[in-house]
Design a protein around this ligand. Structure first.
Ligand code: BES
Ligand code: MN
Ligand code: ZN
Length: 495
């Protein structure tokens, strides 16, 4: 989809479709203008159609008198005075979905909707990003491909000419963000017989080739990881016929001397549970267990496309968790790269094993901040549902910055504790640490506490995205979260 900015007013806009917002009680300025120019036809038609202006509702009206465009797409927003950034994203997405068939071009007046604390440019970026997300399709494996999204050109209307040049940067940011989000979704949605660790490594190399100026990509195989002493990582990948890979993508947009932000993603390309095998129901969804890595990939792509002035290292810890004659057994003890020994009591708690060695490896970058992203625990879904990511950090400053980035991007997180009280649940009679907590509760926290033992050298946060990385059921799809949160955070560090 292509985007453009233009100074325009709704009544005389000649492009085929104009998009305006209506809420339960009141009309947006553009809806009012359309109503006035059409002699009250808009209000009458909406009343006739029983259109309430709730979020999720859309209504098309054709050939209104006095209106140059032949279609007016009315999008419900709920009360305009309460509209927040997620409401605007929702409205932008609903508009794009309503235009999936037919029209190729539209002009959106959603830009005019004011939101406390957000500028016109913020709104432009949000509408662009949400439109790209809404137009996303994954039909690579359908014999009959959809003919792509109907809408090819979306023009965002601005009231004043001065808004155009400033808005272009915001538009480009929204495009880079949407592209990063959708590339994370593409990786996540790939079937697990295709998307194994080498595939993720190849995609990363290809990304590096496409952006040679800003990105450099390095891939470690199992032999190299063995040399580094990554016994925890290898305990997971050893059960699989697919070789484990540690993919390192370096983005240099900032000064050479500036310490990087390091992002580490869990990339378990399929999680059977290993010998502690999972039940069959919905096991297919464990192809999404690499969505942490996919989101880091998406961030690296969005960074390269936006050119943000920052240094970021993205690390994808990719392995497949399989039962086999070579697989790790419950009771096995391995030595991590940090030197700490781990008793593996449950082979299904594999994410923390691949992550702990990756988290030790990256201390060589002398990071300013480290954030790991992982579909780490079912317990996080029990605690928080599928609305927000679980955020864990011993640093109040980093936690607050990430919570704020979540609010501003509409990709929210909620903080959970990583207090030492929970550490004793990880004690093992035989090794330095067990890979699961001794209690049947607090599983998201004990998982974070496990990681905390490997992240003492730097400022660190952990995002458990088990509930938010994909949607289950009939609409099954990767979401690309938390690319928006992470990009917002990185942007906040620059300004
Ligand atoms: N990948 C899973 C976590 C998960 C489960 C994410 C369901 C999303 C949906 C992880 O590797 C896992 O299996 N965790 C175990 C940990 C337990 C064995 C301590 C879990 O959550 O059950
Ligand atoms: Mn598991
Ligand atoms: Zn897993």
């Amino acid at each position: 989809m292509e985007f453009q900015l233009k100074q325009s007013v709704p009544a005389t806009e000649k492009t085929g479709v104009i998009i305006v917002a209506v809420s339960a009680g009141d009309f947006s300025p553009s809806a009012l203008a359309v109503d006035a120019a059409s002699g009250g036809q808009l209000a009458k038609a909406l009343k006739h159609a029983g259109f309430e202006g709730k979020p999720g509702q859309t209504q098309s009206l054709f050939n209104l008198h006095g209106i140059a465009a032949d279609q007016v797409l009315v999008v419900g927003t709920g009360p305009l005075k309460d509209l927040d950034i997620r409401g605007l994203q929702r409205a932008a997405a609903d508009a794009v979905k309503a235009l999936a068939r037919g029209r190729k071009k539209a002009v959106s007046f959603l830009t005019e909707l004011e939101i406390k604390g957000f500028s016109l440019n913020d709104r432009i970026a949000s509408i662009v990003r949400a439109s790209l997300e809404a137009a996303y399709r994954f039909d690579e494996f359908k014999s009959k491909k959809g003919d792509g999204h109907g809408l090819h050109h979306l023009t965002l209307a601005v009231a004043e000419k001065a808004g155009i040049s400033a808005g272009k940067k915001a538009m480009a940011w929204g495009e880079a963000l949407g592209s990063g989000i959708n590339s994370a979704r593409d990786l996540g949605n790939q079937p697990p017989n295709i998307c194994h660790p080498s595939y993720i490594a190849d995609q990363s190399r290809a990304l590096g080739h496409a952006h040679q100026k800003h990105l450099s990509v390095k891939v470690l195989g199992e032999a190299e990881m063995k040399k580094l002493g990554m016994g925890a990582f290898l305990a997971v990948s050893q059960g699989s016929a697919q070789e484990g890979k540690l993919v390192i993508i370096e983005y240099t947009g900032g000064k050479k001397t500036e310490a990087p932000v390091v992002l580490v993603g869990k990339g378990v390309s399929f999680d059977t549970g290993g010998i502690s095998i999972k039940p069959a129901a919905a096991m297919d969804e464990m192809k999404y267990d690499m969505c942490g890595a996919a989101s880091v990939f998406g961030v690296m792509k969005a960074l390269a496309e936006s050119g943000l002035a920052i240094n970021v290292v993205g690390v994808l810890a990719c392995a497949e968790n399989m039962p086999s004659g070579n697989a790790t057994r419950p009771g096995d003890i391995v030595t991590s790269m940090s030197g700490q020994t781990i008793e593996i009591l449950n082979t299904d708690a594999e994410g923390r094993l691949v992550l702990c060695d990756a988290l030790t490896y990256i201390s060589r970058y002398k990071p300013a901040v480290v954030i790991d992203v992982a579909t780490l625990t079912g317990a996080c879904i029990v605690a928080l549902g599928k609305v927000v990511s679980g955020l864990f950090s011993p640093s109040d400053e980093l936690a607050d910055a990430l919570l704020d980035a979540g609010q501003r991007s509409g990709d929210r997180a909620w903080r959970m504790p990583v207090w030492n009280d929970y550490q004793e649940m990880l004690e093992s009679p035989f090794a330095d640490i067990a890979n699961i907590g001794s209690a049947p509760n607090g599983g998201a926290i004990t998982a974070a506490c496990f990681l905390a033992r490997f992240t003492k050298d730097y400022t660190w946060a952990h995002l458990d995205i088990a509930g938010v990385a994909w949607i289950s059921g009939a609409q099954k799809n990767a979401t690309g979260r938390p690319v928006p949160l992470l990009m917002q955070y990185l942007k906040s560090r620059v300004s």
